[in-house]
Design a protein around this ligand. Structure first.
Ligand SMILES: [Zn+2]
Ligand SMILES: [Zn+2]
Length: 330
């Protein structure tokens, strides 16, 4: 099969013919029909995550169909449409796994990072961590739900009942979260790179009632803010924009250093938290909610062989919405 392989940090992905993986006991082989490109993939490629295996096939927002059932898999049938997310395996018995925090399992394995992922024609996954997908919706449109949607949803939950919600960095995750937030009766205030009027227009199209630059003050005090942009300098700005008792949620796996800031920005019981990975429960809750909203994704499709071009467009901030790779060609 053809896979886009990362051999070393900082290198470009290389299209390579590799043996089709075989599913072991409890695993399924999935023929990939679409794999969305996540900002985390950039951190994988750029060597910003220490745990990445080498070589690795990136990609953890996979939609495909079950092609081979490994021994003892009864959860799925051949041909079932499934989603494969970032969380690929957990130990099941550590203090985190036992208390509903499998996202923090110290032995967790991650798709497209410590397990080969979906920038390929086929991927193997542990069936217990795959999600059944609804019958409606095109494969490519559903793919961004598998991480941008899931992690975005976990960030939104971390905001509690915040009604005035700020979102810093308006890309794939934000455009999904904004739709869910509106559906829940919240108001969304979008912050983009200063002067990025295209991103601000994109944010308004997807339900932001206000959009401006990250250095602009919002028209109202916010109850909570989510940071999807991996820019530590945004943390003090977001803390300044929220009310006493409000929450700032850092949604990325990697962020540049946070500059020092006066304690006054945190005082009055403001909370600064991060969201790490996902639990299967997050996925089930979000995938049940998404059709009710209904969430519509803005995607730009690329043939699998153009994965480097898709990553470069994401890096340059040239994408609106999500890039999606199509192994079968577009
Ligand atoms: Zn564990
Ligand atoms: Zn991701």
């Amino acid at each position: 099969m053809t896979a886009m392989v990362l051999d070393a940090p900082g290198a470009s992905l290389v299209a390579r013919e590799v043996p089709r993986p075989e599913p072991g006991a409890g695993q399924v082989l999935v023929r990939v029909s679409a794999c969305a490109v996540c900002r985390t993939d950039l951190h994988v490629v750029d060597g910003e995550l220490p745990q990445v295996k080498r070589p690795v096939v990136p990609g953890h927002e996979i939609v495909g169909r079950v092609a081979v059932l490994g021994e003892s898999v009864t959860r799925f049938a051949l041909g079932d449409r499934v989603g494969i997310p970032w969380l690929g395996w957990t130990c099941g018995h550590c203090r985190f796994c036992r208390t509903g925090q499998e996202n923090l399992c110290e032995q967790a394995r991650f798709t497209g990072c410590t397990i080969d992922g979906g920038y390929a024609e086929f991927a193997v996954a542990d069936a217990r961590y795959c999600f059944p997908l609804p019958a409606v919706g095109a494969d490519a449109s559903l793919a961004p739900l598998l991480c941008a949607g899931l992690i975005g949803y976990r960030c939104l939950v971390a905001c509690g009942d915040a009604e005035r919600l700020g979102i810093y960095g308006f890309g794939a995750a934000a455009h999904i979260v904004a739709q869910v937030a509106n559906h829940q009766g919240r108001r969304v205030f979008a912050f983009t790179r200063p002067g990025d009027v295209a991103a601000q227009a994109f944010a308004r199209r997807h339900g932001a009632m206000w959009a401006g630059g990250a250095d602009d003050a919002p028209p109202e005090e916010l109850d909570a803010a989510i940071l999807f942009a991996p820019v530590g300098a945004l943390v003090p700005l977001a803390l300044a924009a929220i009310r006493p008792g409000g929450t700032v949620v850092c949604g990325g796996i990697h962020m540049s250093d946070i500059p020092s800031f006066p304690y006054d920005l945190l005082w009055r019981e403001k909370r600064l938290v991060s969201v790490a990975n996902l639990t299967r429960r997050d996925g089930e809750a979000f995938l049940a909610l998404a059709p009710q909203v209904p969430v519509r994704t803005d995607i730009e499709v690329f043939p699998l062989g153009e994965a480097n071009a898709a990553l470069n467009r994401l890096r340059a901030g040239q994408l609106t919405g999500a890039a999606v790779l199509i192994p079968g060609g577009v």
